[in-house]
Design a protein around this ligand. Structure first.
Ligand code: MF3
Ligand code: CO
Ligand code: CO
Length: 264
């Protein structure tokens, strides 16, 4: 599959989509409280995306996915389906994954929320996962091999005695939800892909507190850790620039600059 290089017009539209997706995560934060159901979180996000932002929730109907967002709690690695009967409880860690389409272009982002106070392990897992994403983002520039991104994430995470999920990866994005290339979060063959300016992709490491192994539940979507230990994930959509990258889905709670520039 060919990697689609975006035009300035595409990138301008993706900046709008990215800001919108980030705003959904900012908007939903105060609702993350014990007792709210993941179904309620889904409908709040859906209404915000469609009625207030006049955009489309990309997951809804994607390969038959039944809801507008993914909600992945504790041992759920990714693709958790919102449900009116499943309520949050204090100490849970939850990933909310938002993908929107605005003016024909996609942006995809997710973050962890801690419900009340979690365990030390829960906090550390979320922090290490976000740090691994930031480490990867800070090294992105044209001319580097995609493989180096996976290598960097894996070695950082494994040094903390956590593990990287291998079955799911980041991806090109923009004209479609999932484009080439696959962005692996571990060291493996990258088909020789070299990053070039105008490429747009996601980085979205899934990090397990225990072993890396996962299984998919009978609903065909919910991915869980085999050992039922905690899993965390953070995701950004970025564009590769002439000398670094720009984070299209940056939120106000983050301290990274949106534009990362390497003078070489
Ligand atoms: N947002 C996910 C990703 O990061 C994909 C979710 S697909 C869905 O690629 F169908 F589960 F929504
Ligand atoms: Co993604
Ligand atoms: Co996503």
């Amino acid at each position: 599959m060919k990697i689609i290089i975006k035009t300035i017009t595409d990138i301008t539209k993706m900046r709008v989509a990215g800001k919108l997706a980030a705003e959904v995560l900012e908007m939903i934060e105060p609702y993350i409280q014990p007792g709210i159901s993941t179904g309620e979180l889904d409908s709040i996000c859906h209404d915000y995306i469609t009625k207030i932002k006049h955009a489309i929730s990309a997951p809804l109907g994607y390969h038959g996915f039944p809801k507008s967002i993914c909600t992945s709690i504790n041992d759920v690695v990714c693709h958790g389906i919102p449900n009116n009967l499943h309520t949050l409880k204090a100490g849970d860690i939850i990933n909310i994954d938002i993908t929107v389409i605005k003016d024909g272009l996609y942006a995809d982002t997710s973050r962890m929320f801690i419900v009340g106070q979690s365990t030390t392990l829960g906090h550390r897992l979320c922090q290490v996962t976000q740090d691994s994403l930031y480490l990867a983002i800070r090294m992105i520039k044209p001319g580097i091999r995609l493989r180096k991104v996976g290598q960097t994430i894996q070695s950082f995470v494994e040094k903390q005695n956590f593990s990287i999920v291998r079955e799911y990866c980041g991806h090109g994005i923009g004209k479609f939800f999932h484009e080439a290339p696959h962005v692996l979060h571990y060291d493996a063959d990258d088909d020789g892909v070299i990053l070039r300016s105008g490429m747009t992709l996601t980085i979205e490491p899934m990090v397990n507190a225990g072993a890396r192994h996962i299984y998919v539940e009978n609903d065909g979507w919910t991915v869980k850790t085999k050992d039922h230990n905690l899993s965390a994930q953070y995701e950004h959509t970025i564009v590769i620039t002439e000398n670094g990258c720009e984070i299209l889905t940056l939120r106000s709670d983050e301290s990274l600059p949106s534009i990362i520039c390497h003078y070489n």
